[in-house]
Design a protein around this ligand. Structure first.
Ligand SMILES: [Ca+2]
Length: 201
């Protein structure tokens, strides 16, 4: 009995470690970029931040992502690069804030950038990258990447990948995120529909 109890504690500790880092997509209001002499955004541009939530004294160390769009194309501002754009230029080029780019956990637009182990490789409809940082940036919710998608009919795609964090060592903490972001109600309805189908059998 004591052994079972110990095993349960080990299992619980393992799940707490991997649960201290989680991913989600955050829609970003990009309307202030509509007026831009270089590359204006519009109502047909949709901006999402790939977010990481770090809790329990953990620390993000790296992520890998494969992004695929089946509707829409990635937006790249001509003055942007693969990392956070220079906020000093936002006054003249407000859409630069909605460039597609990768970030390291810290405040947005602080010019603290990640390193890349591979990529990023962009096409109009795909992106792959593996990025990392070495400072212990600790708990918080951080933007890991920003993706703006031009999609007159609405964007459709997936972001699939994994992250590593300090407390879980080399464990890969997976994510599989959909664009558009499913409404909380629709996921629940799908679950209920599945339950109904199972019950009918
Ligand atoms: Ca870019």
């Amino acid at each position: 009995m004591r052994n079972l109890f110990a095993a349960a504690i080990v299992l619980a500790a393992g799940s707490i470690a991997s649960a201290s880092v989680s991913h989600y997509l955050l829609p970003v209001d990009n309307t202030s970029g509509y007026v831009d002499s270089q590359a204006p955004t519009s109502a047909d541009h949709y901006t999402f931040d790939l977010m990481i939530s770090v809790t329990g004294g953990d620390d993000w160390t790296s992520s890998a992502v494969v992004g695929n769009l089946t509707a829409g194309t990635f937006y790249q501002h001509p003055f942007g690069g693969d990392t956070e754009p220079n906020s000093a230029l936002f006054g003249s080029f407000p859409a630069l804030a909605y460039d597609s780019f990768f970030a390291a956990p810290a405040a947005l637009f602080d010019n603290i950038n990640p390193g890349f182990a591979s990529g990023p490789v962009w096409t109009d409809t795909t992106v792959t990258a593996t990025w990392f940082d070495t400072p212990d940036t600790g708990d918080g919710d951080y933007t890991l990447a920003r993706f703006t998608i031009y999609a007159p009919g609405g964007p459709v795609g997936t972001l699939v990948g994994s992250s590593t964090a300090k407390l879980s060592g080399g464990d890969l903490i997976p994510f599989n995120l959909n664009i558009p972001i499913p409404a909380p109600g629709s996921a629940m309805l799908l679950g209920l529909a599945g339950l109904a189908i199972r019950r009918r059998r």
